[in-house]
Design a protein around this ligand. Structure first.
Ligand code: CUA
Length: 402
């Protein structure tokens, strides 16, 4: 008899203590991950109107779900404890009254959830419509192409149908301006996701998916590919850099310049042993068949300086048919799927104006050691078996591509 009284009490105390503990832990971790300084991929610290709309929807949905969860759990625990089987229960005698066929109760538990879900559906559909509004006269368009394993961005500033700028890894946008994304893929399905600015949108081969984002303030917003796309899926990062209008205009005019190619760029002139020029020649001989530099073609001949969207042509062996355009490599913070820094950072993690080439040599020596790729199957950067002299001159040349 005594045992019968204490066991359930101990049980219910255990249940309530663990419920309170887990709720407290959960709520405190919510506050913790709302800090986007230390958790760049948090969805809980929106930095643009689209992300804000999602947050404004998920908070009430979470509240409703929380109330339902607590009520159902409390009721369930009460019923489990109250109507548990006791040691002296007799089968068929000491059983609760069966209430099967209570119409009122059945109507209640059918209609209540239906009404709650219908209410949430209205809020959902409203938000989806609002998030698709393209009502900014200054809206710009960026074409995004998912590649194994990095992101390419194409800009057509004058909207004449020809690409003006091709970049990789870092997408630069003006602050406070709606950006209309046209997302495609060249190989497999990827998914574009900058959590501080909007939800995810898949990059699907053979179709163009539209998506919007906007950043309230200048800054860096990190993202990662969120659809499994092969070996380096987890290393397929990207970032959005939002600039104020003066910096944005400056960035545009810088990007429209052709690559900074060393003087006397004659590939077969060996008289000059300047490292940058040697690096340039090494680039044309080894890298230019995949990586584009605006202003020269793959053979080192001068061009008019505009990027060529079909640089490698349709029958190029690369699966994606593409490798990052390196014209203004050093205008970006990172390379190789936004993994490795090109600039040193200070103690707060902000980029300085000191070039950081500490990984570039390792990358050129054996890219597969830094990031898993399948270069044999034309996916990713191959090991070109470069000599140490070639590597150091290439690093010298690449660091001038500002
Ligand atoms: Cu691209 Cu995962």
């Amino acid at each position: 008899m005594i045992e019968r009284m204490t066991k359930p009490r101990r049980l219910s105390r255990l249940v309530s203590v663990s419920a309170i503990t887990s709720a407290a832990l959960f709520l405190s971790s919510c506050g913790y991950v709302r800090d986007s300084e230390n958790h760049p991929l948090t969805t809980l610290d929106p930095k643009g109107p689209q992300a804000q709309m999602i947050d404004d929807l998920s908070t009430p949905v979470f509240a409703v779900a929380g109330v339902v969860f607590v009520l159902i759990q409390a009721l369930m625990i009460y019923l489990i404890v109250r109507y548990r089987r006791r040691p002296d229960d007799v089968d068929g005698v000491d059983e609760p009254t069966q209430i099967h066929g209570m119409d009122r109760l059945e109507w209640a538990w059918t209609i209540t959830p239906a009404v709650i879900l219908a209410g949430l559906a209205i809020l959902n559909v409203q938000t989806i419509w609002k998030m698709e509004e393209r009502n900014d006269p200054n809206m710009i368009t960026v074409e995004i192409i998912g590649q194994q394993w990095w992101w390419e961005y194409r800009y057509d500033f004058d909207a004449d149908g020809s690409v003006d700028v091709i970049t990789a890894n870092q997408m630069v946008i003006p602050e406070d301006t709606l950006v209309d994304l046209h997302i495609r893929s060249n190989d497999v399905i990827h998914s574009f996701w900058i959590p501080a600015l909007n939800g995810k949108r898949d990059a699907v081969p053979g179709r163009t998916n539209r998506w919007l984002l906007q950043a309230d303030d200048p800054g860096l917003y990190e993202g990662t590919c969120t659809e499994f796309c092969g070996l380096s899926h987890a290393y397929m990062r990207m970032e959005v850099k939002a600039l104020d209008s003066a910096d944005w205009e400056q960035w545009k005019s810088d990007q429209l310049e052709p690559a900074n190619i060393p003087a006397d760029p004659t590939p077969d002139d060996d008289s000059d042993d300047d490292a940058v020029l040697t690096g340039y020649k090494t680039f044309i001989a080894n890298c230019a068949s995949c990586h584009q530099l605006n202003g020269v073609d793959a053979g080192g001949e001068e061009t008019d300086g505009t990027p060529d969207a079909d640089y490698r042509g349709e029958d190029h062996p690369l699966t994606a048919g593409n490798a990052p355009n390196l014209t203004h490599l050093m205008s970006r913070n990172r390379y190789a799927g936004n993994l490795f820094s090109l600039w040193t950072t200070d103690s707060d993690g902000n980029y300085t104006d000191q070039v950081d080439t500490s990984t570039l040599g390792d990358w050129l020596r054996d890219p597969g050691a830094l990031k898993p790729m399948a270069a044999d199957a034309n996916r990713g950067m191959p090991n070109l078996q470069l000599s140490e002299d070639q590597i150091s001159s290439l690093v010298a040349f690449l660091s001038t591509l500002k």
